[in-house]
Design a protein around this ligand. Structure first.
Ligand SMILES: Cc1cc2nc3c(=O)[nH]c(=O)nc-3n(C[C@H](O)[C@H](O)[C@H](O)COP(=O)(O)OP(=O)(O)OC[C@H]3O[C@@H](n4cnc5c(N)ncnc54)[C@H](O)[C@@H]3O)c2cc1C
Length: 594
């Protein structure tokens, strides 16, 4: 079973060359230095490699169990979780006033990726806790912040996101769980399904963030409110009180992430679960979106993380597995010498690097949205983060699945056999394109909200940057990079044409852009990921010209950007045709004729 090596050099390259770590740190103040970030990252890497990753395969085999009403996590989970709490890793991006480290979201993106590469089933507990924390910071009352935040930020308590019901999955307007006001609180009753880390004993309390409907609420989205429902009620002095009326009913048997407990949860079987309203009645979904955007970035990062893990696994195997004589060789040798295996590995590597860069650029935009000096600059940061969010979630997870599949392929038959671990990465990554909103839901968000609300203004501004870079790469004194510039310009033209078509076709028949929304999302991910690869090549080229001592790393960066330009970016051409020429046919066959 291959181990995991934290890809710290690539992470730092993205931090400094593409995502603007230094300007972000200077917005945070002089305590936040690049050296501090390097130390944090190195320490996180060690924990991921030595503490969390070794639990991945045994956890997959053992799974989580529900016994006598209690969820038992896999062996080793508790000490590993305690290690994260001791190091304040869950508090990394949160304000110091609540006990956090106040570091950038950009750095949190890297640690989030590290935990997920090491062990996605384990890491989910941290993602959901950070999501609940984020929602309370932004929407909770002062009293709720004082009561819940310090222990959520530290990780002493964990958090959940409790949305889904049997009849309400993608369509959360259909939520039926009831919330009846009683004095200063509400009584919650109903059944929720698929709740990640819905119950476990790793933390002394669990803070459930629950969507429910008050009795007189209007139907649909506007009738949904958000409630804090603690597993154990919290007394005025912060000590834990009685057990609340919320229980795990069963755990799901799943394709992957076996060790993450996915629970059916029952609220209010007896007297009613006590819940506390967050913000105002009827604004629950709006608040939940705050939590979901944060979680969606983290799930996009899971796609990156598992692709990285699958790549490392495949690379190790390709270097060791002896099979056949490679063209031009006289002896039998490792499969990495066969051109097609090299192609598979290069595809994996280039997609991982493109995805990582794009996801970190989104995280950096969140930092700008929070810390920039003027309202206008903060607004620009938020607009960019909002626009990239569905693309990072949708494209990085769908691409992560393909990369993990290529990882299986590199292994041949051994990839299909569980012992190598390649199969687990493929199984584990599959869920990422489903939870936190399926790819179709991300794509709907992209065309309806993100493109529709400003008629593509943010998208077109981003594409203008792509074009400007492409043109300068073609023209400047960088003949080595001109081919990347040409491929980028072509891909840019396809993306712009697709966006124009989507905006125009919406006026004719709303089904047309909807039928093209997922291909459009994949097209934009491919092109914007390619833009980051082109930026990487320019930066690496500059470092080499300065005499960088990292010749191998920088040379590989440029070669990887070339590979992406020739093997991945051309997908933009096909995707544009699917968007503009294929949408009409999608609804052409009556559903009865399928
Ligand atoms: C392992 C796991 C963990 C999970 N963890 C949590 C959790 O912690 N908390 C929580 O609340 N939920 C959780 N979920 C639920 C998850 O978020 C939902 O499964 C997901 O949102 C999809 O909903 P659904 O399963 O009802 O599918 P459906 O909504 O029934 O979708 C089925 C298909 O129809 C498509 N579809 C549906 N509506 C549209 C539309 N408007 N446009 C285009 N296509 C559409 C979907 O894309 C999908 O392909 C988890 C699920 C799993 C499997």
């Amino acid at each position: 079973m291959a181990g995991f090596t934290a890809p710290l050099r690539d992470m730092e390259f993205v931090f400094t060359e593409l995502a603007g770590l230094d300007p972000i740190l200077s917005l945070l103040g002089e305590d936040y230095t690049p050296e501090l970030v390097s130390t944090v990252l190195a320490e996180g890497g060690k924990i991921a490699e030595d503490v969390v990753a070794p639990l991945n395969h045994p956890g997959d085999k053992q799974g989580a169990k529900l016994e006598n009403g209690k969820v038992r996590v896999a062996d080793g989970w508790q000490p590993a979780y305690d290690t994260l709490v001791e190091g304040n890793w869950l508090g990394l991006p949160f304000p110091q006033e609540f006990g956090g480290m106040g570091l950038p979201w950009l750095v949190n993106a890297a640690t989030s990726e590290l935990w997920a590469s090491a062990n996605t089933a384990f890491a989910l507990c941290t993602i959901l806790t950070q999501g609940a924390t984020h929602a309370i910071i932004h929407c909770g009352s002062e009293e709720q912040k004082a009561k819940y935040l310090p222990k959520l930020v530290s990780g002493e308590w964990s958090g959940t996101m409790v949305l889904t019901e049997a009849g309400a999955g993608s369509d959360l307007a259909a939520v039926r769980t009831k919330a009846v006001k009683q004095g200063d609180h509400y009584l919650i009753s109903g059944q929720k399904i698929f709740i990640t880390y819905g119950d476990h004993e790793m933390t002394s309390n669990i803070i459930h963030m629950v969507l429910a409907r008050t009795p007189d609420a209007p139907p649909g989205v506007k009738g949904i409110s958000l409630f804090i429902v603690p597993k154990y009620l919290v007394n005025e002095d912060g000590s834990l009180g009685a057990r609340n009326d919320v229980r795990p009913v069963s755990l799901e048997h799943k394709l992957g992430i076996h060790a993450s407990p996915t629970a059916v949860m029952s609220f209010g079987d007896d007297q009613g679960a006590i819940g506390y309203l967050v913000g105002e009645e009827g604004r629950g979904l709006e608040y939940m979106f705050l939590m979901m955007n944060n979680a969606r970035l983290n799930v996009g990062l899971q796609g990156v993380a598992l692709a990285e893990r699958a790549y490392q696994q495949a690379l190790g195997y390709a270097r060791e597995r002896i099979q056949g004589k490679a063209i031009g060789k006289s002896e039998r040798g490792p499969i990495i010498d066969h051109p097609d295996v090299r192609r598979l590995l290069f595809t994996m590597k280039s997609k991982v690097e493109a995805m990582r860069a794009l996801a970190y650029v989104e995280a950096a935009a969140l930092d700008l949205a929070e810390h920039e000096k003027t309202d206008e600059k903060r607004r620009q940061g938020q607009l960019l983060a909002d626009f990239l969010n569905p693309i990072v979630k949708g494209w990085c997870t769908e691409t992560g699945i393909r990369v993990a599949s290529d990882g299986v392929q590199v292994h041949g038959g051994m990839g299909f056999i569980e012992e190598t671990g390649a199969a687990q990465h493929y199984r584990d990554v599959r869920i990422t394109a489903i939870y936190e909103g399926t790819t179709a839901i991300q794509a709907n968000d992209l065309i309806n909200r993100k493109l529709g609300r400003d008629q593509g203004a943010v998208a077109k501004a981003l594409l203008a940057d792509v074009k400007a870079l492409a043109v300068s790469m073609k023209k400047d004194a960088l003949p080595e990079l001109a081919a990347i510039g040409r491929a980028m310009e072509e891909a840019h033209d396809e993306a712009l044409a697709a966006i124009e078509w989507v905006l125009a076709s919406a006026a004719q028949d709303a089904r047309l852009p909807a039928a093209a929304s997922v291909p459009l999302l994949m097209l934009l991910g491919t092109v914007l990921g390619g833009h980051q690869m082109a930026r990487s090549a320019v930066a690496a080229h500059a470092r080499l010209a300065e005499g960088s001592h990292e010749k191998d790393f920088m040379t590989a960066k440029i070669a990887t950007a070339h590979f992406y330009a020739h093997h991945v970016l051309p997908e933009a051409l096909a995707l544009r045709r699917i968007v503009t020429e294929g949408s009409n046919t999608v609804m052409s066959l009556d559903s009865a004729l399928f």
